[in-house]
Ligand binder design. Sequence first.
Ligand code: PEP
Length: 255
Amino acid sequence: MRKPFIAGNWKMHKTIPEAVELVTELRPLVADITNVQIAVCPPYVALPAVHDVLLGSNIAVGAQNMFWEEEGAYTGEISPRMLKDLVTHVIIGHSERRKYFGETDETVNRKVHAALAHGLLPIICVGEVLEEREAGKTEEVVRRQVMGAYKDVPADKARVTTIAYEPVWAIGTGKAATPEDANHVIGHVIRATLAELYDEEVAQRIRVQYGGSVKPANIAGFMAQPEVDGALVGGASLKAETFAEIIRIASHVRK
Ligand code: PEP
């Protein structure tokens, strides 16, 4: 059985004091939840403060991105070695990174290797844009992204990764995919590709979240789907109460 995993991607939101306030409020609200894994992914500068507030809690901390080199002349970048003391998880290849910062399947793959080499757990984002969906290319695009992300990643490392299936047209738009559709892409495209790359056991082991306009009103539908192992939540993770409500509903659906 895969334990559901709900992660909050704060994107470029929250100053350090605001970040501290959010996690200070969130921590007691979800302290009793044991059947859902929880993580928050604040901006880099808030990581040390958030890490300190959440020490000893059931909420993991993740970064939203990282570079693949350990150190060097890469102005503005943050390496896995620098993150290791602050986070357990790292989001890799978010569609906003692909769209605004030129990330490709190849750079995503380099980052996945680097994260795993440093013991960080990647949350690998895949998903089609609207034009691709409308052209009937969802399966082809998602398959290519999964193949690219896992290139030369051995099975024992692949097992600890998480995938977030985030149809790009559903991110921040209020227009979520249907739970059935998310379930179909995750089961018939993502797990099928993983089974092809590795084997059925590995494909069944890797957790796959849904992401795209998840909120308290629709999380139950996603969690009721057998292939959906939780959610990557953007906007709705920016308020402690709302994020806690999503986690609580997910916890009840899977009881
Ligand atoms: C995201 O940032 O990964 C995301 C899914 O955003 P939202 O929940 O706001 O659509």
